[in-house]
Design a protein around this ligand. Structure first.
Ligand SMILES: O=C(O)CCC(=O)C(=O)O
Ligand SMILES: [Fe+2]
Length: 211
């Protein structure tokens, strides 16, 4: 039997960009600060590193993760791995992060990976699909912290037109249902657009059900 896709409906999104549900300012400033504090703890246990694509190119984004699995990329390819590339299990996903998932997609399974991306002023991420997970009926939820980022979406197939918008600190985006396999990426960061991170830059969290 086909699984019914999980679409966020507990709270109405502020807007939809080609089916991606956008919740503007869903995380308030105090909660953003608490998230950053918890993420600094994650990064102490599992330091940020710069992944390499299967073709051997260093990504501009630095990554770490929390949960049973982290998403990793190296010469062997893209995959979910139970340990950090430097060795050792990933730390637990902080409750401050899980709370956002539970409020927006309460009917979904619990996320098994919280991928943490750090973008400096020059980092970006090309258009891609999140498709290394086993169950596409489960959504991917993304939280933006720090500097604003131009978020671009295409379609579920390759090519065609795209549309974009700015994701700002505290915004949440959910790719679920028809939009679960939409192409998406980050064109650029707007340096100095947020005071949340003293060092500047942007943190993006993506929560994923992996298995
Ligand atoms: O940084 C973002 O907003 C998107 C990140 C993303 O698409 C990913 O990590 O797969
Ligand atoms: Fe993605």
């Amino acid at each position: 039997m086909e699984k019914k896709p999980i679409v966020p409906d507990a709270i109405a999104p502020d807007l939809r960009l080609r089916g991606v549900a956008i919740y503007k300012g869903f995380v308030d400033r105090a909660a953003q600060e608490a998230l950053v504090e918890d993420l600094r703890g994650v990064a102490r246990a599992a330091p940020f590193y710069r992944p390499v694509t299967p073709s051997g190119k260093a990504m501009s984004v630095r990554m770490t993760a929390a949960g049973r699995f982290g998403w990793v990329s190296d010469r062997q390819g893209y995959r979910y791995a139970p340990t950090h590339p430097g060795g050792g299990a990933w730390p637990d996903i902080p409750n401050s992060v899980l709370t956002i998932w539970d409020r927006l997609v309460p009917e979904a399974r619990r996320p098994e990976c919280c991928l943490v991306n750090f973008y400096d002023a020059h980092a970006k991420m090309g258009l891609h699909q999140d498709r290394d997970e086993a169950d596409f009926s489960q959504p991917v939820l993304s939280v933006s912290l720090g500097d604003a980022a131009r978020f671009r979406v295409g379609s579920t197939s390759r090519g065609g037109t795209t549309e974009s918008l700015w994701l700002e600190s505290g915004d949440v985006a959910v790719m679920g249902g028809e939009a679960r396999l939409i192409h998406h990426g980050i064109d650029r960061i707007k340096p100095g657009s947020s005071t949340l991170l003293p060092e500047g830059g942007r943190i993006n969290l993506t929560l994923r059900v992996v298995t």
